[in-house]
Ligand binder design. Sequence first.
Ligand SMILES: [Zn+2]
Length: 401
Amino acid sequence: MCHTNPSIQDIANLCYDKFKSLPKTGKPSANQWTVLACVVEHNRQTRYSRVVALGCGTKCIGYTRQCPKGFILNDSHAEVLARRAFLRYLYHEMKHDRIFHWEAKRGSFDLSEHVEYHFFSSQTPCGDACIVDESIERGDDQRAKRQRLDENSEMVYTGGKLIAGQVSEAMTSSDDMHQTPGALRTKPGRGVRTLSMSCSDKLARWSVLGVQGALIDSLLSKPIYFSTLNFCCSEAHQESLERAIYKRWQGRVSKNTRFQPQQPQIRIDGGLPFEYSQRGDWQPSPNGLVWSHVPDDLRPYEISVNGKRQGVTKKKLGSAQAALAVSKFKLFLNFLNLQQSHAELREKSQRNLPDLEQMTYASCKDLCEDYQQSWRQLKREYFLQWTCKPNELLNFTSKVE
Ligand SMILES: [Zn+2]
């Protein structure tokens, strides 16, 4: 059986065409740049590929503005928006027998064996992937001394902030701390520090635990991993991307059978730039754009500002109406809704789960034991410095006052 992945050029063109097909509202205006990230679904049998999720954005809000009801997105970097749009698509697909098939014996959904997913971004993910270890480049053991990136400057959308108190035997001075390769980081940007991890770290997590997250994992027979990661930007660096996504932890063995560290193929093409890619003399667009492959009547396309839906009146800013379809709150509703609308799932959840409507998001996630156990183990063995979201930010239910 001959199996060829779609080329990075095919993937980039699909993503650019999808972006172009979206309404002009919300897109960058003159002299604004943004990042485009997408998930492309490829069917190995039909050889048909299509974009199923898209995100554009560069912003992340500080922890002081986080929302305890799950209405507001903390992290609106393109990669994270595209992944949330992908989760929305998966929830929608689980209601129909197209890519998923309900496996009655196991009581979970099987993804079609012909379907695979490819990740695309128009920029190197922030965090570790942006750090070039010049000691490897030069073949000597001098520490990386790339020009110091100003972590307070949003013009340099790169390295991100090292987690406080992080120690490494390699570090000898505070200057080295800025550019230590392999370290975990929170998001870059000015203002109040965020609790959101860098996109490099999130991509690394998805390549071990899957991209589907805890709630969807509890519904699937296997986690979903990206087959290839594609970066269309001239500054992308193969070695740094590989280190950031999987080489940082190479040699450490995972005892878990469900979740195994993957080594997705990483591909770079600097000759196919996104029309709104970053330029020093342009400003980052303040908007986030999110699109999911769901029917038009469900409003597949949304624009966000500060993690909320654009155009919501001031009075309703604190309400569920401000929440994007890809917010924690709305995705949680998708999860609960699926439990009730899917006959076999409803039967299963009535046996195993207490009253779902009364449950908080956090306690629902805790029910996904396999995933949570593996995540705890990963945090002990791999992601030692991962930030913790305060519990009060996860204790919301599906009820809206
Ligand atoms: Zn990022």
